[in-house]
Design a protein. Sequence first.
Length: 151
Amino acid sequence: MNVSKILIGSDHAGLRLKNEIISHLADMDIDVVDVGTYTADSCNYPDYARALCKKIQSGEYGMGILICGTGIGMSMAANKHNGIRAACCSDTYSARMTRMHNNANVLCMGERVVGVGLACDIAEAFLSTEYQGGRHDIRVNMLAEIEAENQ
Ligand code: RB5
């Protein structure tokens, strides 16, 4: 695994899957910091996307995982943050490719979409794959240009 510490967050609809992923990654000696939510009470996914993305923006952490019912709301919220490249994945191929080509720094998944085993495989694929750089740099830099144009 390339990373030794990551952030994780969820809303109520992603809580169970989040807890499964936390124990799976802890078994792999990855330090996982949970930004919440911590209970099954209904809550709003943008709050947890914001909490996690701010810690990546500050440089404290390089990568994170966000889970909601579908993974879609979390990815939409995360991608509103400068410097965050969030990918909603429900297969391992996409998880590897979004690291290699998009230098994604946040993985989003849906508890109502993927089972625990697949979600853990997707997380492992994401966390163990390096960005390829090279010809992809120009395109990833263009994402930052779009952010700058929309300030
Ligand atoms: C919560 O019911 C659900 O809407 C949320 O977890 C997420 O799937 C939104 O994208």
